[in-house]
Ligand binder design. Structure first.
Ligand code: ISE
Length: 341
C-alpha cells in the first residue's frame, strides 16, 4: 500500500481523492497540505481520510509517512514540491502543467538528470483516455499512413468565473493539446502561431480574448490547427482529427444515446472535462500507483513531456502579442528521456 502525501486541496484534488477512495487500489492518502489549512481539513473530513495535516510542503515531502507525492496545488506552485520530491528520491505525480514557464521546467529536468532517474509523472490524463489511445494505436499501426495534418477542438461551455484569461487559455487549456499532438504525431514542434478570429460578443470576461486559433508546425512538416473557445455556450467538446497519407483517424462523437424525437435527432454534450475524462483520470493515477508499488520505472508522461508542452505554450503566449509565427527551439533530449517518445 503506497502512502501518498497530497499538496493542494482544490477541485482537481477532490477528483483524484474521490477516485482513490472509491475506485483505485493500492494507495492511501496519509499526509495533506494546503496553504489554506481549512481546505485540507475539509477534504480529510469529506473523504474520511486517515491522514495527518502537514505544516509545510517540506514537512510533507520528507515525512516517513509519505512514499510518493501528489501535487494538485495552483499551477504556478508546482515546482517547489516537485524539486523537493526529486531530492528526497520519491515519485511525484503532478497535475499539469509541470510548471508555468519553460525556465522552471528546466530546473526539474536538471534535477532528474542529476539524480540519474525519472521521478515525475505529469497529469496529461488524455494519454490514458481509451479513445485517444485507439487513435494513437491506429496511427502507429500505419493505417492512415504518415500523419500530415490535423485539427483539434477544445471548447469549454463558459469560462468558470474570471479564471480564464487570454494567456492561461494557453498554459491551462491548450497545454493538453500541445502534449497530445506531439505524442500522436511522434514529432517535435518547430513553430507556433496564435491568431484571434472575430471576438465572441457573448464572452463576459474582460481579460479574455476569445476564441483563439493555434497553429503548430512540426519538424517533418506536419501542421495542426487547434481551435480554442472558452465560450462555446453549448457544451464541453474535445475533438481531434488526424489526416494521413491514405486515411483519416479521428476521435468518435461522444458515446451517448441518440434521441430521435420532435423531428430532431440529438444526444447530450458534456458540461466539462470531469465527465468527459472520468476513465482517463482513474487510469493515469492507477498507473502511477502501480509503478510506485512495484518500484518500477514510471512510464506515464515524463518531465520532458511537461517541458515540451510548456515551451510550446510559452512561445504561443509570445505569439499572442502580434499573431507572429514564433520558432520553437528545444535543447537536445537528455539520455534519461530517450526511451520515452
Ligand atoms: C482544465 O484544467 C483541464 O485540465 C481540462 O482538461 C481542460 O479541458 C481545461 O481547459 C482546463 O482548464
Amino acid at each position: 500500500m503506497v502512502k501518498i502525501g497530497l499538496i493542494g486541496c482544490g477541485a482537481i484534488a477532490h477528483t483524484h481523492v474521490s477516485n482513490l477512495v472509491n475506485h483505485l487500489k493500492g494507495a492511501e492518502i496519509t499526509e495533506v497540505f494546503d496553504v489554506v489549512p481549512q481546505a485540507a481539513k475539509d477534504l480529510i473530513k469529506e473523504y474520511q481520510l486517515n491522514a495527518h495535516l502537514s505544516e509545510s510542503v517540506d514537512a510533507l515531502v520528507n515525512s516517513n509517512n509519505v512514499d510518493v507525492v501528489m501535487v494538485c496545488s495552483r499551477n504556478d506552485t508546482h515546482v517547489e514540491p516537485i524539486l523537493a520530491a526529486i531530492q528526497a528520491h520519491k515519485y511525484v505525480f503532478t497535475e499539469k502543467p509541470l510548471a508555468t514557464t519553460a525556465a522552471a521546467c528546466k530546473k526539474i529536468i536538471a534535477a532528474e538528470v542529476a539524480a540519474g532517474q525519472r521521478f515525475v509523472q505529469v497529469g496529461f490524463m488524455r494519454r490514458y483516455d481509451p479513445a485517444y489511445q485507439e487513435l494513437k494505436a491506429t496511427i502507429d499501426q500505419g493505417l492512415i499512413g504518415a500523419p500530415l495534418m490535423g485539427y483539434c477542438r477544445h471548447f469549454m461551455t463558459v469560462p468558470p468565473t474570471s479564471y480564464f484569461k487570454t494567456e492561461n487559455t494557453i498554459n491551462d487549456s491548450f497545454i493538453h493539446e500541445s502534449d497530445i499532438i506531439h505524442w500522436l504525431f511522434k514529432d517535435d514542434y518547430v513553430s507556433v502561431q496564435v491568431q484571434f478570429p472575430r471576438p465572441n460578443s457573448l464572452n463576459p470576461a474582460a481579460e479574455l480574448k476569445d476564441p483563439q486559433i493555434v497553429t503548430v508546425k512540426m519538424k517533418q512538416g506536419a501542421i495542426v490547427n487547434v481551435y480554442l473557445n472558452q465560450n462555446s455556450h453549448y457544451g464541453y467538446e474535445v475533438r481531434c482529427q488526424v489526416i494521413g497519407e491514405k486515411g483519416i483517424a479521428q476521435l468518435p462523437e461522444v458515446n451517448r444515446l441518440d434521441l430521435h424525437a420532435d423531428r430532431k435527432i440529438y444526444h447530450d454534450v458534456d458540461y466539462d472535462w470531469s465527465n468527459r475524462f472520468v476513465e482517463a483520470y482513474q487510469r493515469e493515477l492507477q498507473d502511477f500507483i502501480d509503478h510506485a508499488n512495484r518500484q518500477e520505472a514510471l512510464t506515464g508522461p515524463t518531465a520532458w513531456d511537461g517541458y515540451i508542452a510548456t515551451v510550446t505554450a510559452d512561445c504561443a503566449i509570445q505569439s499572442q502579442k502580434n499573431e507572429a509565427v514564433v520558432p520553437i527551439e528545444l535543447p537536445e533530449r537528455p539520455e534519461l528521456y530517450q526511451t520515452k517518445e
